[in-house]
Design a binder for this molecule. Structure first.
Ligand code: IDP
Length: 142
């Protein structure tokens, strides 16, 4: 398997509940390395741009409101098959459908307040990493 990078967010609901360390521990225990990280409070424009693919959907306005409601942590994760590995660690979008032992099953409060984000493809990972990080903010192991 190849070493990949993926983009991750600890969303406002999880930061508010003091879960940053818990989620970082779970990420690291799953064999992923945090190679870039920062805390941000998104503007409406930043959140709308990040979630542009969902523009026009019924939940778009409330998603933007939620994602701008408080600080978030953004991370670049690196590891073998990082994109799928982290999607599997997160579990399905809806915590009621997320497999037992996944982050969303353990910590998400609802379909919207679902604690974490992870890129869903190599193309998304590239776009999302570049949306928040410059090359010199990323510190790969090798
Ligand atoms: P993902 O985060 O699992 O990739 P997406 O379909 O890309 O899921 O949706 C982005 C985010 O929008 C979700 O993580 C969730 O916070 C929110 N969301 C998605 N679908 C709904 C919905 O039907 N109601 C409310 N919020 C939703």
């Amino acid at each position: 398997m190849t070493i990949e990078r993926t983009f991750s967010i600890v969303k406002p609901d999880a930061v508010e509940r003091n879960l940053i360390g818990t989620l970082y521990q779970r990420i690291e225990s799953a064999g992923l390395r945090i190679v870039a990280a920062k805390m941000l409070h998104l503007s409406k424009e930043q959140a709308e741009g990040f979630y542009a693919e969902h523009q026009g959907k019924p939940f778009f306005a409330s998603l933007v409101e939620f994602m701008t409601s408080g600080p978030i942590m953004v991370q670049v994760l690196e590891g073998e098959g990082a994109i799928n590995r982290y999607r599997e660690l997160m579990g399905k979008t809806n915590p009621e459908e997320a497999a037992c032992g996944t982050l969303r099953a353990d910590y998400a409060e609802s379909m919207q307040y679902n604690s974490v984000h992870g890129s869903d493809s190599p193309g998304s990972a590239e776009r999302e990493i570049a949306y928040f990080f410059t090359a010199d903010e990323i510190h790969p192991r090798c």
